[in-house]
Design a protein around this ligand. Structure first.
Ligand SMILES: C[S@@+](CC[C@H](N)C(=O)[O-])C[C@H]1O[C@@H](n2cnc3c(N)ncnc32)[C@H](O)[C@@H]1O
Length: 271
């Protein structure tokens, strides 16, 4: 995350350690961006080279530094630029851009606004809001940087945001707080399969195919009226469709740069 003198991202210095450790989230250094956990690995991100510091931390907690890399922020985002997002009348701006609207730190996790699925989710949340809203309660499953939660709370919903990655949870909390919207959301570090059933009229799930298939197979997932499901490509659609609960209807679909979003409606909960 951006802090201290750092007001934007430029170069990223990554250090990969062989194991996770809670202390890796608490490193006190102005150049520390955060600790990303993936499977059993922990990857530390810094704005500047920090090999000595990382070696010291690794020694202290019995960890091994396995790899290191230096990349630009654009490379980390696979060349997709982070910039201002317009959703209906609402503007979402990265911290370094001046102007009105919602502000966010895009961080180094998924969901900084530069991915087609994030953009699809943002625009469909607004679309559903206009057609079926307002929604009192919504869920953002796999919240990443928290932009969907930011939009949902700005529109007026009480939001449950869930991600198993602690860096996503911290960044979502930061982004909500930056806009004075943290009191509208509960941000939870948990596996999305363990937070069911949800108390929400709208569930947004921008996840990976395997997790979507797991959720689709759980009757406790299907308690909301509206679902926005994304994170998959057209080639995965048949398999996902076959796993849908028979009582939901595919009401809308859009494709953007090889990624798909669905709007599903629960026929049992139609007024
Ligand atoms: C594709 S990103 C979506 C981020 C954000 N919602 C957006 O639309 O930009 C998926 C997110 O889900 C999280 N995630 C993946 N599987 C998960 C699981 N089983 N439980 C909780 N979070 C999960 C990842 O850490 C990641 O932040």
């Amino acid at each position: 995350m951006l802090r201290g003198r750092h007001q934007r991202y430029d170069k990223l210095y990554l250090y990969s350690l062989n194991r996770k450790h809670p202390a890796l989230h608490e490193i006190s250094d102005e150049d520390f961006i955060g600790c990303w956990e993936e499977d059993d690995l922990a990857i530390l991100f810094f704005h500047r080279p920090k090999r000595e510091l990382v070696e010291e931390v690794a020694r202290k907690f019995g960890l091994t530094l396995e790899d290191q890399a230096e990349v630009t922020y654009d490379e980390w985002g696979e060349g997709r630029k982070v910039g201002t997002l317009q959703v209906g009348p609402l503007t979402l701006r990265p911290l370094w851009q001046e102007g009105d609207g919602l502000r966010f730190d895009p961080g180094v996790v998924f969901g900084s606004g530069n991915h087609p699925t994030t953009r699809l989710c943002l625009s469909w949340i607004y679309r559903l809001w206009e057609e079926f809203g307002p929604f009192e309660r919504a869920a953002d499953l796999g919240c990443g940087a928290g932009l969907l939660s930011l939009l949902l709370t700005a529109l007026g919903a009480e939001v449950l945001a869930v991600d198993f990655n602690p860096l996503c949870v911290a960044l979502t909390e930061k982004n909500l707080r930056l806009n004075g919207l943290h009191h509208k959301a509960t941000v939870v570090q948990e596996d999305v399969r363990k937070v069911l059933p949800l108390q929400a009229e709208l569930v947004v799930a921008n996840l990976f195919k395997g997790i979507l298939l797991d959720l689709f197979g759980l009757p406790s997932f299907w308690t909301a009226r509206h679902y926005l499901i994304s994170g998959f490509s057209p080639s995965m659609e048949e398999e996902l469709k076959a796993a849908l609960w028979p009582k939901v209807e595919l009401k809308g679909r859009e494709e953007k740069d090889g990624w798909v979003i669905w709007h599903l409606e629960n026929k049992m909960l139609k007024p």
